[in-house]
Write a protein that binds this ligand. Structure first.
Ligand SMILES: NC(=O)c1ccc[n+]([C@@H]2O[C@H](COP(=O)([O-])OP(=O)(O)OC[C@H]3O[C@@H](n4cnc5c(N)ncnc54)[C@H](O)[C@@H]3O)[C@@H](O)[C@H]2O)c1
Length: 392
């Protein structure tokens, strides 16, 4: 099967003119100093060619406390929001990590790109397809690198899935089942930014659904999505007796819950491929099933993980036929000896330094976002919708 991922899509990053003088350190800022920013800073600190010079958060004092916690001194943090930081030309920034909650992905990315900065944007790309399109228009205007934070792509097991599909051993792919979930796993470790509509905009669908979609879409070369029938629900998140919440916060969190905790969809992709998808932050089951990729010559089973943790849940298996005999080939789990976050930060920095293609380009993730957007829209109107992607 041909890898379409680099063909036909709006691949602006190929034109990035971001080459940086390699003799100096890259000057980086962190926008949004919450939970995931901790992983970004640890990985930046492990790089020899980076200087973290600034950070911003909407909550007064949060950025300063964040850098103090990680023992990073001399970082400017007296900004009320991303725009103030980006406007501070004295910082001479090369790049920003955008670690804000989902609803603030698009505005922050557009501000940064329009100011000529390279961007590492956390997943999901955006909340809506229209926002993703606006970010890509800013990317086109700026010619800078923007990479989306899908670190599982750097896992050797995920890369093996793509290698298997691209090798042709499965033949032509016609059906994929993917997704994943948790029995009780609505994320509220640091408050409610994941579950309130005004900050998150998407629940399980965007938070972990985007990973499951990327795993298979990247493997098959990101064909264009055509139509989607979607469903979403929130039976657990809105329940004041939901045992996954802290006992003293159940009533408050249930009231604030404004997104989905389960989503399912049936998606038609270009090339006659059917994608069957389900994702759960909470459900009365251990797993909604393994990921399976069915092809004309072979089928691949990818064991699911307990929750979406960015790798495979055990050895993968190819079901095929050799000389008239039905056989199974086991693909052992590959052990990673480098952290995925370190690889994510390094691959972004290399793209910035060398002015090369973003490791996870928007041109691919646009289709991921289009599917998420289609599921949300179809769930709202209760019927199949056509996916229409505006001109960038
Ligand atoms: N790649 C991963 O493994 C991974 C893991 C967890 C979360 N995430 C993603 O990271 C994002 C953030 O998640 P989190 O758990 O860190 O959330 P969080 O709520 O802990 O932190 C987000 C912070 O951004 C700040 N913020 C929002 N808008 C801002 C703005 N315009 N300017 C400055 N600061 C702003 C908020 O005040 C908040 O402190 C989410 O989109 C999430 O999906 C990715």
């Amino acid at each position: 099967m041909a890898d379409k991922s680099m063909e036909g899509l709006n691949d602006f990053t190929a034109k990035a003119e971001s080459k940086v003088d390699s003799s100096r350190k890259l000057r980086v800022a962190i926008i949004g100093c919450g939970w995931i920013a901790g992983s970004h800073i640890k990985s930046y600190l492990a790089q020899p060619d980076v200087e973290i010079v600034a950070g911003a958060d909407l909550i007064p004092g949060k950025a300063a406390a964040f850098f103090a916690k990680y023992g990073v001194e001399g970082v400017k943090t007296d900004y009320a929001n991303d725009e103030e930081l980006i406007a501070d030309k004295s910082l001479n920034l090369d790049a920003v990590s955008i670690c804000t909650y989902n609803r603030q992905h698009a505005p922050c990315a557009i501000h940064a790109l329009d100011a000529g900065l390279n961007v590492l944007l956390e997943k999901p790309f955006t909340v809506t397809l229209d926002e993703a399109v606006e970010v890509m228009r800013a990317e086109k205007r700026s010619g800078k690198v923007i990479s989306i934070g899908f670190q599982p792509r750097l896992d050797a097991n995920m890369q093996k899935i793509k290698e298997i599909v691209q090798s042709g051993v499965l033949g032509d792919i016609y059906y994929i089942q993917t997704g994943g979930g948790r029995r009780r796993g609505i994320p509220t470790p640091f408050g409610t930014t994941f579950i309130e509509d005004e900050t998150a905009g998407l629940g399980a669908l965007g938070d972990i659904g985007c990973y499951s979609l990327d795993m298979v879409l990247n493997a098959i070369g990101y064909p264009k999505p055509l139509t989607v029938t979607g469903y979403k629900s929130a039976f657990f998140g809105k329940d004041p007796n939901y045992c996954g919440y802290r006992a003293d916060k159940r009533a408050e969190y249930a009231k604030k819950f404004g997104v989905d905790d389960f989503a399912a969809a049936f998606i038609r992709l270009e090339g006659g491929i059917i994608l069957d998808f389900r994702i759960a932050w909470a459900m009365n089951l251990d797993t909604p099933g393994d990921t399976i990729i069915l092809g004309t010559k072979g089928g691949l089973r990818i064991p699911s993980t307990e929750c979406w943790n960015g790798t495979v849940g055990g050895p993968m298996k190819i079901y095929h036929e050799v000389c008239g005999q039905q056989v199974e080939t086991e693909i052992p789990v590959i052990k990673m000896n480098q952290g995925l976050f370190d690889l994510k930060i390094r691959s972004f920095l290399d793209a910035v330094k060398n002015g090369t293609k973003a490791p996870v380009p928007t041109s691919q993730i646009l289709y991921n976002q289009a599917i998420i957007d289609g599921i949300a829209k179809s769930a709202e109107c209760g019927r199949e919708v056509e996916i229409e992607i505006p001109e960038i």
